[in-house]
Structure formats: C-alpha cells, structure tokens
Design a protein around this ligand. Structure first.
Ligand code: HEC
Ligand code: HEC
Length: 153
C-alpha cells in the first residue's frame, strides 16, 4: 500500500523541484574509461558531449589538448563504445540534455567547457578561474567535489 504512494510522492517532488533531478548525471561505470580517462583529470561523463565529439576526441589522442594520450587501438575501441553508447545525444538525461540543446546541430565541440550552456551557468569573474585551487575550467572537482559521482549541485 505504501509503495504506490511513495512513487507518487517521487513524481510530485521531481515536478516541483526539477533542478534536483537535473543536476545529476549518470557517473562513468566502465573500469577502462575510469582508469585511462581519469588519470589526468576526472573521467568526464559521456552525457556532456554528443557521440560525434567523443569519436573525434578518441581519434586524436596523439595530440590531446597538447598532451600525448595515445592508447592501444583495442583500448580505444572499448572507450569509444562506452562513450558513444552513453553520449548526450544518445541517452540525453538530466543536465546532459541541457548541454545537448546548446551544441550546434552539426557542431563537434571537443570541450565541455566551451559550450554556451556551460559558460552561461559558469559566468564567473576571471579571478575565480585564476584561483590556484581551480586553475582551469575543466577542473570540475575543484567546485563540484562529488562530480565523479555525477553530482553537480
Ligand atoms: C595524459 C593526460 C590525459 C589523459 C590520459 C586524458 N586526458 Fe583528457 N585532457 C588532458 C588535458 C591536459 C586536457 C586539457 C585541460 C584544460 O585545458 O583544462 C584534457 C581535456 C579533456 C577534455 C575537455 C575538457 C573541457 O575543457 O571541457 C575532454 C572531454 C577530455 N580531456 C577527455 C578525455 C578522455 C575521453 C580521455 C581518455 C581517452 C582523456 N581525456 C585522457 C589530459 C589527459
Ligand atoms: C569555479 C568553480 C566551478 C568549476 C571549475 C566548475 N563548476 Fe560547474 N558549477 C559551479 C557553480 C557555482 C554552479 C551553480 C551555478 C548556478 O546554479 O547558478 C555550477 C553548476 C553546474 C551544473 C548544474 C547546471 C544545471 O543547470 O543543472 C553542472 C552540470 C556543472 N556545473 C558541471 C560542471 C562540469 C562538467 C565542470 C567541469 C568540466 C564544472 N561544472 C566546473 C561551479 C564550477
């Protein structure tokens, strides 16, 4: 008897406070991605970029934002399969869906931090980005300590 009532309460809460539901993105669960794409920065959630962006990024690991992040082809295949299957334009859940809305229909951004919705919601003065604890916009963990778990409140 209590279960349906709880379910209804859940729906009511999600409708009343969409921000709560929206700030969560599915965390990365693939151990290869966590290991290989989480050593220099947090493993960014695939939902923040469309599948074509992940394909482009994984095609150019030899020059990855100035770093050599080359991996064996069979490892890249595993990562590509996971990132494209869970990309923002494929599953489009929560905050990721918002990011997709702002990615130009044919655009292939290689950065999450250049997308208009990101910049709009992170419209901080330059001094914030220069803070030694932050250093770069892609350092999500500096301000979102639970970012790896998909929590960006
Ligand atoms: C050798 C270190 C290294 C590894 C390994 C690495 N990256 Fe990066 N990555 C970087 C650097 C450096 C940047 C640029 C950071 C900056 O400018 O703020 C970056 C930036 C990124 C960005 C853009 C972040 C933004 O500004 O929105 C994405 C997306 C990304 N990496 C994905 C990946 C994926 C996927 C993998 C695994 C295949 C990976 N990275 C592995 C070093 C690495
Ligand atoms: C300098 C601190 C800082 C950094 C670095 C930062 N964020 Fe944020 N982020 C914030 C703040 C503050 C908010 C809340 C903004 C608001 O609600 O007005 C926020 C909000 C968000 C939201 C919620 C937006 C929404 O509408 O639901 C997401 C998702 C997010 N950030 C993702 C990221 C990702 C991904 C990165 C790294 C690539 C990142 N942030 C880096 C400070 C930061």
């Amino acid at each position: 008897m209590t279960t349906p009532r709880l379910a209804i309460l859940g729906v009511v809460l999600m409708t009343a406070f969409p921000a709560i539901a929206d700030d969560r993105v599915p965390p990365v669960t693939d151990p290869v991605v966590i290991k290989e794409c989480g050593s220099c920065h947090m493993p960014f959630q695939p939902v923040f970029l469309p599948a074509r962006s992940w394909r482009a990024l994984l095609h150019g690991l030899g020059d990855h934002f100035g770093e050599d992040a080359t991996l064996p082809p069979e490892t890249v295949d595993i990562i590509r399969a996971y990132m494209t299957a869970n990309a923002g334009d494929v599953i489009g859940q929560g905050a990721g869906r918002k990011f997709m809305r702002w990615v130009a229909p044919n655009g292939t951004p290689k950065r999450i931090t250049e997308n208009p919705v990101f910049l709009k919601e992170h419209n901080f003065p330059e001094s914030v980005w220069k803070d030694p604890k932050v250093v770069t916009k892609s350092n999500c963990l500096a301000c979102h300590p639970a970012a790896t778990n998909g929590r960006f409140e």
